[in-house]
Design a protein around this ligand. Sequence first.
Ligand SMILES: NC(=O)c1ccc[n+]([C@@H]2O[C@H](COP(=O)([O-])OP(=O)(O)OC[C@H]3O[C@@H](n4cnc5c(N)ncnc54)[C@H](OP(=O)(O)O)[C@@H]3O)[C@@H](O)[C@H]2O)c1
Length: 253
Amino acid sequence: MYEFKGMTALITGASSGMGAEYARELATQGSNLILVARRLDRLQDLATELNSRFGVSVTCLDRDLSVTGAGRSLVAELHSQGTVVDVLINNAGFGTSGSVAEQDPDAVVNELNVNVVTVTELTTGLLPGMLKRDRGVIINMASLAAFQARANHALYSATKAYVLSFTEALWAETISTNVRVTAVCPGPIATEFFSVAGTTPPGKPMDVAVPIKAALAAIDARKPFVIVAKPGMRIASKLIRMLPARIALRMGK
Ligand SMILES: NC(=O)c1ccc[n+]([C@@H]2O[C@H](COP(=O)([O-])OP(=O)(O)OC[C@H]3O[C@@H](n4cnc5c(N)ncnc54)[C@H](OP(=O)(O)O)[C@@H]3O)[C@@H](O)[C@H]2O)c1
């Protein structure tokens, strides 16, 4: 398996769910961590646990990634401190629902900033250093939603389609280097995601450890993306792209 020991990993959205699980898994493998989210108390509790159990260094940064330019500011801060980031996990994200017509303009900007702009700024800001050192890993959290536009979830599906497309192109740009890139496309996972979104998961969510193991296996195998879902949903997400749009879009309602 790919060797994460001794690397420094920046994980956004590490205060809960999959971000916290990435932190646990990489600490187990001997990575030092930079954890980013708004809830500093949660990051600090996790840092204390991981530092005492695995002896890795953990830095906690309370940053609101919905603020315009948050990704660029974070990159500038890291560069000014001389901090080298070997592994970038763009995990922070959230979903909203409701028709396009009823969206709150501020909420729209926040969702685009966290799910799209910050992901892009962190990637473009940290990638050149990885390429220069010819070593690095970028994992971007997309979703099964990337494969199907859904009425009343237009923004979320569109942001995740962006993450998948952006990451696939980046994979192609970096495949002849030692920088490894993948997008992770999970179906429903048991985290705080659904309570934050104010929705309920379709069916029983998978355990949070499953997508993290799949993501690290995808990095090992140099896959451009990995779908993490039960077989029915995985097949449906591929078939949906072959259907006429009028039919596929009605099925997503
Ligand atoms: N759970 C699922 O079923 C599922 C499926 C497919 C894809 N995903 C994607 O997987 C990723 C992780 O989600 P999760 O399921 O682990 O959800 P989660 O438990 O709700 O975690 C989301 C994380 O994002 C952080 N975050 C949200 N807004 C932020 C902001 N403005 N600034 C900084 N951090 C922010 C949260 O931290 P704070 O609130 O402390 O800031 C939290 O740590 C997301 O990108 C999500 O879209 C989830």
